[in-house]
Design a protein around this ligand. Structure first.
Ligand SMILES: [Zn+2]
Length: 124
């Protein structure tokens, strides 16, 4: 019964129906964090991502999963700060985790919720 393509069609319809505002809010939230963290992403994209919540390239493109619009602000902050910190540090070393803890103190609990269940995924 082609459920997969139905899901994709529904998601696409949702985007057309006016989740544009939610995407704008996500991008604005990201830019506000960029100012706080003193980083300068070249591009912030919001798109469907099935296996992760976000990614960041060395050239400064930050990509966030579209379904973050359905998650809490705390969870959005966790993913946004994670990706933006990669503009300063490419790895997940001790300094990375210390900075993440400084800005999003509850990130370990948020990570635990992201990593459980059949749709487990993490920021990269
Ligand atoms: Zn990462």
């Amino acid at each position: 019964m082609r459920e997969g393509s139905g899901d994709r069609a529904r998601r696409a319809a949702g985007r057309r129906r006016g989740s544009g505002d939610a995407v704008q809010e996500l991008r604005q939230r990201t830019m506000a964090w960029a100012v706080r963290l003193r980083v300068n992403p070249r591009t912030v994209r919001v798109q469907d991502m099935d296996r992760k919540w976000g990614s960041c390239t060395s050239s400064g493109t930050v990509t966030l999963a579209y379904d973050l619009v359905h998650r809490t602000g705390d969870f959005q902050d966790y993913v946004i700060v994670h990706e933006l910190l990669h503009l300063r540090l490419p790895n997940h070393g001790r300094l990375f985790k210390a900075l993440l803890t400084a800005h999003v103190p509850g990130w370990r609990e948020l990570e635990a919720t992201a990593a459980s269940g059949p749709a487990a995924r993490w920021p990269r």
